[in-house]
Design a protein around this ligand. Structure first.
Ligand code: BMA
Length: 807
């Protein structure tokens, strides 16, 4: 027996309580989730329960369990304890003796414990201190005050190495959880312990050379036998080890490799890698691809281009935040679903945002499998961070561990220092001191990346102009990545997107409310009004609701009632992001990426997400599927012209037909134009510029793109704000042709037709679409809904724009 898993059932007790108040806590897991499963606290996501559960985060907690070991394990020269993540300030005791202490949840714990163990029954106890108390204590040790930003509810959160949004955010609940995540085990080794396995790739014409590197830590000098297996080839190595860190490498070559591509560009072939000693086996999967991140100066400034296997990728995606504020609920099936939803909306990149967490292995494995490139921030966001020697050393260990853990993943495209911390430097009059403070930490990040993963690019932060300098990061359209918040924080109209031409927009967003059923879940009857205290409690942006309402008044007729308010907020959000993305896609190759803020929620809340906490696709996500499609047609409307554009991200040519038709609101066709389309790989072209005066304002255009290979894309354009259009009242009829197929017909044009299944996060084949008279629309629930037809009919609600107001 070389390895003993300690995951599973532990006992949890509040420090100071007697043994009667023990509950069982399944690890990996957290204290809030354990208490919730015993109904010792109310569900923090409902109503304003968050307020009444803060005490949990203010206490110290002890996890305890017994385990048996055999004499055989103790025969090993070394037995170490592994804990993938301990959140955060913990002391680990084995049989009553302190094994180690922790202060950084982003660092793996590995500690020698053989001398603390005994044959047969042992005890392990992990005591975790309240994070807020530790943060406060840390603040006293700082040489000068650091600006903490406005997002966290717990003071000095920036001083501790814990998920920053555990203390709340402008979309996040404040739940200062404590917990233990990932794998917890004891491992016996005689020769040396494998710390990391990663690989370097060198691509040449028709072949790829792979150097597999195995890092081993030995307690004392010795000899190790290692077996490397890759692509059917086996290399055995016997090496002398010195005490401390050793590296053993094996070289492979794959001729005519099946290359790994991001989604939409080719397949995601993965090669199995296995490295083993007598006691340890490490298995990984490698995607072979040539990754280049280009930011060379050009005539406009400096772009940001991800080139994979020689193809310049237009990065389409969103920002990713932790999937749940309760870590216990971050389960593999939810990762699978959410990442599947990203790919289903034609995304090929996600940015793991710096206020959250380095994700668990399953996230990156799925991104490898699904072809999602990962822009990986390091975990610093919206605050100033310390640069004391202790802090830098702590962070250096964290970055080394995370980079070596993750660097074998084909999906990781970039290491990025932080989210928006540079911007805060100017908020303080001590600009030089703060700049030096920033640079010390950032240099530590950069130096650690170049030592641990020299193959990849490091950028100091997001946004920033380039790898080596950082001034004026937010509004630079000529260089690097940009966070554009003019629409939303800047209260500009959607046309403002047309006045910005980013090289790569890594953040821009617009808020909406979650699905009706989600709102009803957290807001009890009596509070279903957007400005009721509970609804405002589930809106964490102080300006959120007023911005939504104010923008309604610019574009829409005011909605009737609560349900239409929620519905219209989603229409508005979808229109905002669609406007930005479609315009910026026409700018390629000037602009080569759009990642909207944000893909997901970590609790049920009004936010910028396109998928709500329960997995319901908001209307934005259905629009994303269309506006992120590989080939699109769109109208860019200027002061006097309606420009018809087609954009293709395909790595090969595209040919097909584009049918443009003009209708009035009664559904009468006024005009029709047909175009033959022939596009080169990865290009954008203005097909025609129509004089705007040629079009009546009380009409709309439909664009239907049909490729020779059955490819289809549809779009709709209005010439003026929706509120100025006298839409006719449509009568929409539904025919249920099976339990997962519905045919929609209408007598008048209907816009943003949106079907929802109450209480069931079903994803429809299409939604939030335009329905025209004489053109039936068939919608599928992808899997047989497993709902009886009568129940399906009862649970289905259908809304549309004209139905959201009376007149
Ligand atoms: C961005 C993010 C987050 C924030 C969002 C909305 O800049 O980095 O910090 O949640 O804005 O305000």
């Amino acid at each position: 027996m070389d390895k003993i898993l300690l995951n599973g059932s532990w006992l949890l007790r509040r420090v100071g309580d007697d043994f009667k108040s023990v509950v069982s806590s399944v690890l990996p897991g957290d204290n809030y989730s354990a208490l919730l499963s015993y109904e010792l606290i109310p569900d923090p996501y409902i109503g304003d329960n968050e307020k009444s559960v803060q005490w949990v985060g203010e206490q110290s907690w002890t996890w305890f369990r017994e385990f048996e070991i055999s004499g055989e394990l103790l025969q090993h020269r070394s037995v170490y304890l592994n804990i993938d993540a301990l959140d955060t300030f913990g002391e680990i005791r084995i049989n009553g003796c302190v094994a180690c202490q922790s202060d950084n949840m982003f660092k793996r714990i590995r500690v020698e414990v053989r001398d603390l163990l005994q044959v047969e029954t042992n005890t392990i106890e992990i005591i975790i201190q309240p994070p807020g108390r530790e943060a406060l204590a840390e603040s006293v040790r700082q040489p000068f005050p650091l600006y903490v930003g406005g997002m966290n509810k717990i003071p000095h959160m920036n001083l501790i190495r814990k998920v920053q949004c555990h203390a709340g955010w402008d979309w996040g609940i404040c739940l200062p959880v404590s917990g233990i995540y990932g794998e917890i085990y004891l491992q016996g080794v005689n020769e040396g312990r494998i710390e990391h396995v990663y690989a370097e790739q060198c691509h040449e014409e028709g072949a790829c050379r792979i150097k597999v590197i195995c890092e081993i830590i030995a307690e004392v000098e010795g000899v190790i036998s290692l077996c490397f297996e890759f692509n059917g080839e086996i290399i055995n190595k016997t090496e002398n080890l010195l005490a401390g860190l050793n590296k053993v490498a094996a070289d492979f070559q794959v001729n005519s490799p099946e290359l790994w591509y991001p989604a939409g560009y080719g397949s995601q072939s993965l090669y199995e890698l296995k490295v083993s000693t007598q006691e340890q086996v490490i298995q990984k999967r490698l995607g072979l691809r040539k990754l280049e991140v280009l930011s060379e100066p050009d005539e406009k400034g400096r772009g940001l281009v991800f080139r994979i296997n020689g193809i310049d990728i237009f990065c389409k995606g969103a920002n990713w935040i932790p999937m749940d504020a309760l870590p216990w609920r971050q389960t593999p099936d939810r990762y699978e679903k959410l990442l599947g939803d990203a790919v289903a909306a034609n995304m090929n990149m996600l940015r793991v945002w710096g206020g959250g967490q380095y994700e668990s292995d399953i996230f990156y494995q799925l991104c490898d499998e699904k072809g999602i490139l990962v822009w990986q921030d390091f975990m610093f966001a919206c605050a100033q961070y310390p640069s004391t020697p202790d802090f830098l050393e702590n962070v250096r260990g964290e970055i080394e561990y995370q980079v070596k853990r993750l660097r074998h993943h084909a999906c990781i495209a970039l290491w990025c220092g932080d989210n928006e911390t540079i911007a805060l430097i100017r908020l303080d009059k001590n600009e030089y001191r703060n700049l030096l403070n920033f640079e010390r930490l950032n240099k530590t990040l950069r130096d650690t990346v170049s030592a641990c993963d020299p193959e990849r690019t490091f950028r100091p932060g997001s946004p920033c102009r380039g790898s080596d300098y950082y001034e004026e990061p937010f509004r630079d359209e000529t260089q690097g990545d940009m966070h554009y918040w003019g629409v939303w924080h800047g209260s500009e109209g959607f046309d403002a997107f047309y006045r910005v031409q980013p090289r790569f927009c890594s953040e821009f967003g617009y808020q909406s409310f979650p699905a009706q059923s989600t709102v009803e879940w957290y807001a009890p009857e009596g509070s279903r009004n957007v400005t009721s205290p509970i609804m405002e409690f589930h809106q964490r942006s102080g300006v959120g609701n007023s911005k939504i309402v104010e923008m309604f008044s610019r574009y829409f007729r005011f909605p009737d009632g609560f349900a239409n308010f929620i519905y219209l907020s989603q229409v508005q959000q979808a229109m905002a992001i669609k406007t930005g993305v479609e315009y910026w896609r026409t700018l390629r190759p000037h602009c080569m990426g759009t990642l909207y803020w944000q893909l997901n929620d970590n609790w049920p809340v009004a936010s910028w997400s396109s998928i709500d906490y329960f997995g319901n696709w908001k209307q934005l996500h259905y629009h994303a599927k269309r506006f992120y499609a590989p080939v699109i047609a769109t109208i860019i409307q200027t002061a006097d012209a309606a420009e018809l554009w087609v954009v293709s991200d395909l790595p090969r040519g595209f040919s097909g037909k584009l049918a443009v038709a003009q209708y009035d609101f009664a559904g009468k066709q006024l005009n029709a134009f047909d175009f033959d389309i022939d596009l080169d790989a990865g290009c954008s072209r203005c097909i025609q510029s129509f004089a705007l005066e040629a079009f009546r304002r009380d009409s709309f255009l439909t664009l239907e793109l049909m490729g020779k290979d059955m490819y289809q894309h549809e779009n709709v354009h209005f010439f003026t704000e929706y509120k100025r259009c006298d839409l006719e009242v449509p009568v929409i009829e539904l025919e249920f042709t099976s339990d997962h197929e519905i045919v929609f017909t209408t007598d008048k044009p209907a816009f943003f037709v949106f079907a929802e299944l109450k209480g069931c996060p079903a994803v429809f084949s299409d939604n939030s679409f335009t329905l025209l008279p004489g053109k039936a629309k068939k919608i599928f629930l992808p899997e047989p809904a497993q709902i009886d037809l009568p129940v399906l009919k009862e649970k289905l609600t259908v809304r549309h724009l004209r139905g959201s107001y009376t007149e």
